[in-house]
Design a protein around this ligand. Sequence first.
Ligand code: SAM
Length: 304
Amino acid sequence: MENVYHVPVMLQECMDALAIKPNGVYVDVTFGGGGHSREILKRLGPDGKLFAFDQDPDALENVIDDSRFTLIHQNFRFLKNSLRLHGVRTVDGILADLGVSSHQFDAADRGFSIRFDADLDMRMDQVGDLDAKAVLATYSEDDLHRIFGMYGEIMNAKSLAKTIVTARLAQPINTVAELKEVIQRMVPKGKEHKYHAQVFQALRIEVNRELEALQEFLLQTVEVLNPEGRLVVMSYHSLEDRLVKNFMAKGKFRGEVEKDFFGNEIKPFHVLSRKAVTASPQELAINNRSRSAKLRIAERLDLS
Ligand SMILES: C[S@@+](CC[C@H](N)C(=O)[O-])C[C@H]1O[C@@H](n2cnc3c(N)ncnc32)[C@H](O)[C@@H]1O
């Protein structure tokens, strides 16, 4: 089941990074098929605890039957309060494996994949009020330009936005096939797959407010992690990786590290991964998804 739903990326590297204490309390904020969670449980003793989050109801089917494990159906942007509801204030390690699971790509009716014709949905939680159809139907040309340029890193994002805004005047763009048809002229020859993947990625990031959720989550990790607690984040997009890198280094997303009255830097984390960890050649050879993965590791400093 676990392999079909999602093959976990950099499993051993993530476990090493978490440096699991058998009696500790851990959080896997992106449960998915539970590949990483199962591995964490193997390393926990009878008194250890693992809390996992996933916003997608499909992931709940993979729940692990283990008294040390709790699965929370929630967006990880509510990390702190959700843990409090379960009586937990601080933890010893947090793992985030960002983005979507293979299952979400493979579910033909969810609209995440260019391989199937489906309604353009792309909501990970399946209940939010913004889906990809709504983005295409209601966003201004400037906003479409911005999301395609920033989240999709699409070179002709401006013309793509214009093409969509012109096409939607004639008829709404509701399905994967309709979108592909509308943007056909924009796609560079021989680069169809890459181009479509970039367009879909941009829409998905916008629909799920992925960068906002990541920032809210990271800010809460400062309060939630115990001193020496580990923050382990795996990202698949350069914008995500930049946010993670800056946050681990400075405790914020831009600007300089804050200093106290005496000029000493006030940094919540000590970075343990000077360079991002990437998948081994062996893993790259067998799992395509590991290609773009960047793993970053930090330890919470004791500032008391
Ligand atoms: C890359 S998969 C994780 C795979 C998992 N590590 C495994 O081994 O199976 C990402 C998962 O995180 C979930 N997810 C993404 N963003 C989320 C968020 N903001 N809150 C909660 N879950 C989220 C997705 O629904 C998906 O199931």
